[in-house]
Write a protein that binds this ligand. Structure first.
Ligand code: PLP
Length: 445
């Protein structure tokens, strides 16, 4: 169906008749009418009224190489013509599955060389939960089952991933979480640090993990999971003391360490993976989004030697998805990695565009009366909106400042997301300096 074939009103009427939207209050949709996005190129999307909109979110933190990359389309087309589907269950594999493992091993941190494929970040995290528990079972410690995660952590929308995450509004939908999940505080110095320095607070926030392990008993804890920078929770980058302390504690109590790289992976923080930016050495590393730049759904879980060897010796791995390693998605992911390598996109983020992006956003944090803090890393940014800058007073939910700001930006043809009272940004890695200037000028209005 061509995007031009219907008017915006017709699209909206059809949408409201049949389409149930994720993470959406249907009342808000009826009020404003859904915005129908019909095409995209580079860092821009167009809506059905022909408006050209700068995409400050790279879709949902995923279109890292930007829109309109023909070689990703060609890779999918070629693969679909040759072999649209075959699975990797029951002793078979396809060339694109095999070669994606090889391509990933080139870019993942040393030692994380073995990959299980799935279709979404949520499925990757469900896989992490099952593999970690399987691992401890194989190691003769079947009681090590509980996962410790963080408040405001986001790990997905399946029942297990919601329980793993620390999002109060998502927990509210289920009322009762699955057993086997516990949460500690998120390391947000600006709101929780009080009179402590950033580095003191980093240690305090990390020690909450030790307290929780001791409360549960180390023999009952399977793993700790965290996003290197918490994304959907409001782009919370921890103090530099945080991750080394978390890592020390995991090692001390023999707890697996999981870095959820679904947002931070594939160049977002100026290294291939956020773990490299923050010096984390995870045992398991789920990834999705930037793996295919969102062109087709695919995710993966990287595991280190320790986990892989146990799983490899452990008999039947009774886990998998029909579309684990979908050949076309694997082909697109390979093309995406090769493109990123050829265009040196990670280096570009680290050495050129992210420093410029952050310097321009820092101007807002310094000068704008309602921006209290710039957070994040690389091309991942959060702007904390505040009522009173000096006192660090955050707007209340009733003020609704961030949603108003988001709507205003959209009126000026810029997509930013509102998370609580934080405006978040995660533009495509190909964004230019001129486009960063355009973005900042639209935010300033
Ligand atoms: N983990 C993190 C850190 C995420 O940000 C997300 C989605 O935003 C997920 C997992 C879930 O991914 P998906 O929506 O593909 O299931």
């Amino acid at each position: 169906m061509s995007a031009q074939s219907r008017s915006t009103l017709e699209w909206q009427q059809l949408d409201s008749a049949h389409h149930v939207h994720p993470f959406t209050d249907p009342k808000a949709l009826t009020k404003r009418g859904v915005r129908v996005i019909t095409r995209a190129d580079g860092a821009y999307v167009w809506d059905s009224d022909g408006n050209k909109i700068l995409d400050g979110m790279a879709g949902l933190w995923c279109v890292n190489v930007g829109y309109g990359r023909q070689e990703l389309v060609d890779a999918a087309t070629r693969q679909m013509q040759e072999l649209p589907y075959y699975n990797s269950f029951f002793q078979t594999a396809t060339p694109s599955q095999i070669e994606l493992g090889q391509a990933l091993a080139e870019v993942t941190p040393p030692g994380l060389d073995h990959f299980f494929f799935a279709n979404s970040g949520s499925e990757a995290n469900d896989t992490v939960i099952r593999i970690a528990r399987h691992y401890w079972h194989l190691k003769g410690k079947p009681n090590k089952r509980t996962f410790i995660a963080r408040t405001m952590g986001y790990h997905g929308s399946t029942l297990a991933a919601v329980s793993l995450g620390g999002m109060p509004h998502m927990h509210a939908l289920d009322k009762v979480l699955l057993p086997g999940f516990a949460h500690i505080m998120h390391p947000h110095w600006y709101t929780l640090g009080g009179t402590l320095s950033r580095s003191e607070f980093g240690i305090v926030a990390a020690r909450a993990l030790e307290d929780k392990i001791l409360e549960l008993g180390p023999d009952n804890v399977a793993a700790f999971i965290g996003e290197p920078v918490q994304g959907a929770g409001g782009v919370i980058d921890p103090p530099e003391t945080y991750w080394p302390e978390i890592q020390r504690i995991c090692r001390k109590y023999d707890i697996l360490l999981v870095a959820d790289e679904v947002i931070c992976g594939f160049g977002r923080t100026g290294q291939w993976f956020g773990s490299q930016t923050f010096g984390i050495e995870p045992d398991l590393m789920p990834m999705a989004k930037g793996l295919s730049s969102g062109y087709l759904p695919i995710s993966a879980v990287a595991m280190n030697k320790r986990v892989f060897e146990a799983v490899n010796e452990g008999g039947l791995l009774a886990h998998g998805y029909t579309y684990s390693g979908h050949p076309a998605a694997c082909a697109v992911a390979i093309a995406n990695i090769r493109l990123m390598q050829r265009e040196k996109l990670v280096e570009r983020v680290r050495e050129d565009i992210a420093p410029y992006f952050r310097a321009r956003l820092q101007e807002l944090a310094d000068d704008h009366p309602i921006v209290g803090e710039l957070r994040g890393s690389g091309l991942l940014a959060g702007l904390q909106l505040v009522k009173d800058k000096a006192k660090r007073t955050i707007f209340t939910t009733e003020d609704d400042a961030a949603n108003k700001c988001r709507d205003l930006c959209l009126d000026h043809h810029l997509i930013m997301r509102a998370v609580g009272q934080t405006m978040v940004l995660s533009p495509p890695l190909i964004i230019t300096r001129a486009q960063v200037d355009e973005l900042v000028s639209k935010v300033k209005i």
